[in-house]
Every structure is written in C-alpha cells, then in structure tokens.
Design a protein around this ligand. Structure first.
Ligand SMILES: [Zn+2]
Ligand SMILES: [Zn+2]
Length: 70
C-alpha cells in the first residue's frame, strides 16, 4: 500500500516544546515520511507499522566506537 494523502489530516504540527516528538505521543510513518498524531499502531493512510520510539542512541554510539577502533 502506498501513501494516498489521507495521512495529512493527522499530521502532527511541529512545535517548540521540550522533548522529542515520540515523547509527545507523535508517531512516524516510514512510508508517508511524516509524523502523525494517531492512536493506533498502524498508519491510517498506508497501513504501515508506525515508529513509536526514537532510534536507540546506545547502539549508534557503540557502532561509532567500533568504527573508531577499526
Ligand atoms: Zn500517507
Ligand atoms: Zn503512512
């Protein structure tokens, strides 16, 4: 399934509040490539599983360290 534009009505407004967007309950659809405010786990537009957590920072740091040692 592809993005049909219906996700726009759920589009999360960017704001200046502290904290990440995931912490504010916003979810990101990898297919539609935008943050939406939606209760469900799946995108109401394309049906993809929504990302609800930021990428693990620890893993990234570990990978960076590994690269530095190589
Ligand atoms: Zn969409
Ligand atoms: Zn979507």
């Amino acid at each position: 399934m592809h993005c049909n534009g219906s996700c726009r009505q759920y589009k999360a407004e960017s704001n200046s509040r502290e904290g990440g967007r995931y912490e504010q309950g916003q979810k990101r659809c990898p297919q539609c490539e935008l943050f939406i405010e939606w209760e469900g786990l799946w995108c109401p537009c394309c049906g993809r599983l929504l990302r609800t957590k930021p990428r693990a920072r620890k893993l990234k740091q570990r990978l960076a360290l590994k690269h530095a040692m190589e």
